[in-house]
Every structure is written in structure tokens, then in C-alpha cells.
Design a protein around this ligand. Structure first.
Ligand code: PLP
Length: 348
């Protein structure tokens, strides 16, 4: 029952198929203008760039985000630049500060680097506690702020991010991960980039744009900060990106009404699940994105995941700080209805 633009041409899953709401993927493929642009360029992919596709992409980001051309770098996804930012600005002498719980990649790269990691619990309202983050390590190399945060889906006010940038030590950066930002529709950090602050903003096409398997993302930061992230490969990182992915991203980024419609579709599907959970008196943490966290209280999250798996529903993992809390990704309305049916069986 979904409109064609929303499904990206992919039909709702058969009722017997496994429901995949564990990995924060989009329920649908790329927006149709993006699919068309990608299909059109496949035949010309013997060239690194038959036309100046990279330039078109950078110009689209400029127009949408309001940051200068030389403040943007495209990447195949956002995991690579995330790890590079840690390698570039952390060291055994200059650590990393993250929230807890949050997306683990920054912490894992810092561990590999031998940089000390401080994990600071979220505030009672589930925003990042930026003052406690600075106090936890006043000489860190990177302060990582994921907003909306994975796994909670909660946002941190831009004013708090600006405060952290203004008060952090010299030579460090605030790394703002906005992977889920289009699902929240709240103010974003790009203006701080345009103002020339010590901030690196990460974006990906893996989430609302439905391109996780196509690998596209970009960073926005001052040119000197971007240059530090490119020292390892002589600046070659983004010389050649997958052409269909680049074309798909350019066409998708500028499709504002389709992005907004997809957010509305997510909110409606999320509402189906949250209403049902409320009716069953199950504790759910607040969220502003395409994921929510269920507190099973008397049951471990691992146990709940196994019980859902027996119903062919793959829900998400848990984080050590909250062992009874599971993350669930918002899928299509049909998938969330299947989740509700499975929930009743899991609770029975
Ligand atoms: N940042 C956050 C917060 C994520 O949740 C993810 C993936 O789940 C990523 C970055 C990396 O994704 P990708 O490399 O596909 O852009």
C-alpha cells in the first residue's frame, strides 16, 4: 500500500519474510530521482567521471547546506571519515570523549590507536551532557557528538554543540555525526562549519536516503581540518567515487519534498509501534528519529532479541550501560505492524 516514490519500487515484504528492523537501515531504497540518475550513468562507468559528477555533487551540497565549496569532502559512506577524524585528532596523549550509549565506531578506532576513551552518560533528557563531556577530559583530541544519537534517537541542541566548541581545548575538534538528521528535522550544525569553527560534520546517504549498500557520504569542515584527514593517501581519497552512487546522491539531496515525505512516513510507522507498546504498558525511551529503545526491565535485551528472532523479526542490539534495553529500527508501516504482532507473542 505504499506510494511508488516511498517504496523506491520495492514492494512491501511478504508476510512470511524476515522483518529486518535491527540495523538502522531505511525500509526503502533510494528516492526515485536518485535511482534514475544512477541507472543513467551506469553505462558510462568506464570513465572516472564522464562529466564532472564530483563537482555537481559538491555544488548540490553547497546549495543545500550553505557551506563553501572547499569545506566539503565526499566519501564512500561516513564510517571511513569518522575513523579518519579519530586517527587525525586523537593520539595516546589526546583522547576521545563520547556519550554513553552512542555509536561505537569512534571508540573502537580510538582503542586501536591507544587513545584514552571517556564515555559520559547522556543527560536525563537523553541529550549529550556536553559540560560533563568536557570535564571528563579537558585535553581530549576529539569530542564526538552523535545527533540524533544512535541508539537513542535523541538530539542535542546546536547551542550545546556551540558551547562545547567555544570551551574545548585548542588543537581539538568537535565531531558531529548527523547520520540521522533528516529523520529528526531539527536545526543542524552546518552553520557552525560556515562560521569557520573547530567542527567536523559527518553526513551519510545510508539512512533516510536508502543508500547503505551504495556507500556515499560527506564531511563538512574547514579546509585545514579536511586536509588533516587526507594526509594518509596524498589527497586521493575522493578522486574517484562510485559514479552511480555519486549521481544518486546528488539527485537525492536536492529532492526536499521527497525527503520530507519520507520523514512523515517514518513518523507514522513509528507511531504504530509506539502506540502499541504504550497500550501494552511497555517502557519506551523518548526518541526523535527512526529508532526507539524498549526497556524490558526484568528481561535481558539479548533474551528479547532471541525471542523476536523466533518470530522472524530481527530487532537491534543493546549497549552495555543498559543491558535490559533493546534498540528497534523504524521500518515500513507493514514491518511495524509485524513487529506489533511479534511483540504480543514475545510478551505472552
Ligand atoms: N554514524 C552513525 C551514527 C551510524 O549509525 C552509522 C551506521 O549505522 C554510521 C555513522 C556509518 O554508516 P555509513 O558508513 O554507512 O555511512
Amino acid at each position: 500500500g505504499r506510494p511508488a516514490w516511498a517504496s523506491g519500487g520495492v514492494p512491501d515484504p511478504a508476510p512470511t519474510a524476515k522483518v529486518r528492523i535491527g540495523s538502522n537501515e531505511c525500509w526503502a531504497g533510494p528516492l526515485l530521482p536518485g535511482q534514475r540518475a544512477a541507472q543513467k550513468i551506469v553505462a558510462s562507468s568506464n570513465r572516472y567521471a564522464p562529466h564532472d559528477e564530483r563537482n555537481d555533487f559538491l555544488k548540490a551540497v553547497m546549495a543545500v547546506e550553505g557551506v563553501p565549496y572547499d569545506h566539503i569532502a565526499p566519501w564512500p559512506g561516513s564510517s571511513d571519515p569518522l575513523s579518519r577524524a579519530i586517527v587525525s585528532f586523537c593520539s595516546p596523549q589526546r583522547g576521545l570523549v563520547t556519550a554513553d550509549p552512542t555509536f561505537e565506531l569512534a571508540g573502537r578506532t580510538a582503542d586501536w590507536l591507544g587513545a584514552p576513551v571517556k564515555r559520559v552518560p547522556l543527560r536525563a533528557d537523553y541529550a549529550h551532557d556536553v559540560r560533563a563531556m568536557l570535564a571528563a577530559d579537558p585535553n581530549a583530541g576529539v569530542y564526538y557528538v552523535c545527533t540524533p544519537n544512535n541508539p537513542t534517537g535523541t538530539t542535542t541542541p546546536v547551542a550545546d554543540i556551540a558551547w562545547l566548541i567555544a570551551n574545548k581545548p585548542a588543537g581539538s575538534v568537535v565531531l558531529v555525526d548527523e547520520a540521522y538528521t533528516h529523520f529528526a528535522g531539527v536545526p543542524v550544525a552546518s552553520p557552525l562549519v560556515a562560521q569557520g569553527r573547530d567542527v567536523i560534520v559527518l553526513r551519510t546517504f545510508s539512512k533516510i536516503f536508502g543508500m547503505a549498500g551504495m556507500r556515499m557520504g560527506f564531511t563538512m569542515a574547514r579546509p585545514d581540518l579536511l586536509a588533516k584527514m587526507m594526509r594518509y593517501d596524498g589527497g586521493m581519497q575522493s578522486g574517484a567515487l562510485p559514479l552511480p552512487s555519486l549521481a544518486c546522491a546528488t539527485a537525492s539531496l536536492t529532492a526536499a519534498p521527497l525527503i520530507a515525505a519520507r520523514r512523515t512516513e517514518m513518523e507514522e510507522a513509528r507511531g504504530i509501534a509506539l502506540d502499541h507498546l504504550r497500550a501494552r504498558r511497555v517502557a519506551v525511551k523518548p526518541t526523535n528519529a527512526n529508532m526507539f529503545m524498549i526497556d524490558w526491565k526484568t528481561r535481558s535485551a539479548k533474551d528479547a532479541q532471541t525471542a523476536f528472532r523466533a518470530q522472524s523479526v530481527e530487532i537491534g542490539r543493546s549497549w552495555p550501560i543498559w543491558p535490559t534495553v533493546s534498540r528497534v529500527t523504524v521500518g515500513s508501516a507493514a514491518e511495524m505492524k509485524a513487529f506489533c504482532v511479534a511483540l504480543d507473542k514475545v510478551l505472552a
